[in-house]
Structures are given as structure tokens and as C-alpha cells.
Design a protein around this ligand. Sequence first.
Ligand code: GAP
Length: 445
Amino acid sequence: MPPTDNVMDKLVSLAKRRGFVFQSSEIYGGLGSVWDYGPLGVELKKNIKERWWRAMVHDREDIEGLDAAILMHPKVWEASGHVAGFTDPLVDCKHCKNRFRADDPRIKGTPGEPTVQCPVCGSKGTLTAPRMFNLMFRTFMGPVEEAAAVVYLRPETAQGIYVNYLNVLQSSRQKIPFGIAQIGKAFRNEITPGNFIFRTREFEQMEMQFFVKPGTDLEWFEFWRHERMKWLAGLGVRPEKLRFHQHTKDELAHYAKDAHDVQYEFPFGWQEFEGIHNRTNFDLSRHQEFSGKKLEYLDVATNERFIPYVVETSAGADRTTLVVMVDAYHEEEVEGEKRVVLRLHPAIAPLKAAVFPLVNKDGMPELARRIFDDLRKHYNTFYDDGGSIGRRYRRQDEAGTPFGITIDGQSTQDGSVTVRDRDTLKQIRVAADRLAEYLAERLRS
Ligand code: GAP
């Protein structure tokens, strides 16, 4: 059963215990809303990114891949509107120096009864009027720290695609409609970060910009909405926990004509983890204007020139990782004992199998090692000979490993092993020399 209470606390604790996610710089007390991925977490996130890349780039003839640098010419962010518009209204407490979003409910109070007290130090009348605060991280390029040398850490990967649009178009010989996909880090100096890896200051995006002829953008928007939902369902996420939310006029970003969030019902409510955006020709037009470089497309068949419209699919790799972890987290009673299990889709599970010699004698470890060495050529596999077999199973349940392979007394006699299914807990005997084939079949289904 999916638990209903304190799921986030339990997940954060499991993530640390099993090596999925650690707090950044933990031995120094941590760094606010920055997280590190441990041995299992890095595999899980990598599997999600690889699955996305396969679906968006390798499986399609009309999308090309790109890996643009994080640092870009500062004019990019003027053209994109981020210097002027990527801001949150903030208020400061002059006494304790804490900073809050102006729409923080602790400050807003109730209508007719505004709270003007600092929610942290309790001082009265010390809050400033709201001021706009830019979310981009700034740094300096070169040896001199002066205004002329300011560069930004990109707040979205999309701009790296727009400024390379012509390069990719010309080198790949694509024709419109076509897309460019990229996975990479983005940075935002979020003021109210939180909820584990949901909102962080450094995160990874999986973005695809699809360039289309103006007038066909609505059709392509629909197409990509459906494609993305299909892909997400293929990750094994429960469909009743997914929904679309169309942005109201107030919610739309400065570049968007229409935007649909894909939301998941997290323990802290329905929240966005991916967006499909109709960005019109806003970005390319602005880059044409600011760079002075023509970014028009010539349709040879009709002899028409136009600046393409863009339909964007923008997913957070970290948020998608959180979605699959939350969705997979289950607690259940097995023979009077509590079992915690991550029912991850086998295709994205960090480890596909774990190999256990039942006891460390009578030829079992030698056979188990041979089986392990054979399996790890095909799959990320784990070897564990520590503690009771029950405890070893429990550890792999928490890691989300779909198959547990035990080498017992019978194995050394007839060459068969038991395969335990993480979800059904059923165990069957399989000949060791057929194991790789058997797992391949099960992992395909
Ligand atoms: N290029 C469009 C764009 O960046 P966005 O809605 O601001 O749109 C897209 O971000 C996705 O990036 C979000 O749905 C989310 O998954 C992820 N994301 C944005 N800010 C994030 C943050 N502070 N921490 C983690 N993920 C974030």
C-alpha cells in the first residue's frame, strides 16, 4: 500500500540510507536546497535521462541532440527576457535580514488583517516593501570582477538550443518541422526552495524545442502533449496521479502563448514536473533582433520566409526522479513484518538483479561469484553475502531491485538458482546458464 503519512520524511530517510540522494556538503551542515546523487540515485537518474534521450532523439528522425555550454554570452539573457523579467517580488526583514516572497502566506495574512510581523524573528514593522529579485546566478568571467565581465549560470537549457538553431539546421540538413533536444544543468537562486529534490537551486532539465511553421503550432502542441504523457505513463507512474494543468493568463511565462503543466499528486499536493509550452517565435525573433543575425527559415517548396514557432517540452530530470520514487514507495506487511519496497519500473531501476549465496560455504560463494560475473556483463548487478537472507532481500526491496537471485544447496547439485520477484515475492527455480536469457525476457515485459 502507498503510505499516506510523512511520506516525504520516509523517502528522504530511505534515499540517504540506501544511497540515492545525500544533502550537499553534509559534513559542513549542508548547503540550502542543493543535493548530491549517491550510487543508486545516479543510476536511477541516468536511466531516466537515457530513456528520454532514446525516445526524443534516437527513436525519431526529426530531432537532433545538442549539448550547449552552461555559460553563454550575457546578451542571450537580455534577448530572452530573463535579465528584465525572471524575477520574484521579495520583502526583507531589516532586523534579522531574512528574505521572503511577497506572496508568502505567513506575510500576506488575511484580507483586512495584514500581518506585518516578520515570521522568523517576530519583529514588527521591520519588513520592507516588495522589491524585484532576479533568480539568475551571476558570476564573473576572466580575472577582473567588474560589471563588464558578468556572466550568468543558465536558468534554462532552452536558450542554448535557440542560439544554435542555425548551426544544427545547416549541419544536420533537417527541414522544418524538426526539433533539437538537450539534457543539462540549470541554476536558479530560488527563494523558497524545498521539498527535497523538488525545488532546488541547481537542477537538470531535459528540454526539446520543436521548430514549426507558424500556423501549425497548435497541432504540434497537441501532438507533443500526447507524446509526453505517453512517455510518462511508460515510466510506470500511476495514471491517476498524473494530470494536465493549463496555465491561466496570470501564470503564463513572458514567452508563452499557451502552456500545459504535467502535474503529479505529490504528498505535498499536485505540482508541476514537466511543461509543454507554445513559445511562438518570441525567442528566435528576439535573438535575431539582439544579435543582428538573420534567423529566418526559407521554405524552398513554397518560397516563403518565416521565423519558426517553437513548441517546447521541458522536464526536470530531478523532479521526474522524485515522481518515480514517490510513486514507487510502498509499505506492506509480509508475514507479520513491515516491508518497504520501491516498485520502480525495471527499466529504470538502478540495479536489475542482486546475487546472494545463501551461506558462505559449501561451494555457494564460488558459484554465486561466477553467476554474478556473468550477469554484470549484461546488467547492473549487486553481490551481497552479508547478513541473513531476509535482511539482504529487504535491502534490495528498498533499492527497488526487481530480481533477487539466491544460490543455495540445491544450486551446487543441479545448477539451478531461485529468482525472487520483488513485487509478487514469488520464487521460481531457473537453470543458472539460462539466467541472463530469463532476466532479459522479464525485463522486456
Ligand atoms: N524552458 C522552460 C522552462 O524552464 P520551467 O517551467 O521554468 O520552464 C521546466 O521549468 C521544468 O524544470 C519544471 O517543470 C521542473 O521540472 C524543472 N525545474 C524548474 N525549476 C526547478 C527547480 N528550482 N528545481 C528543480 N526542478 C526545476
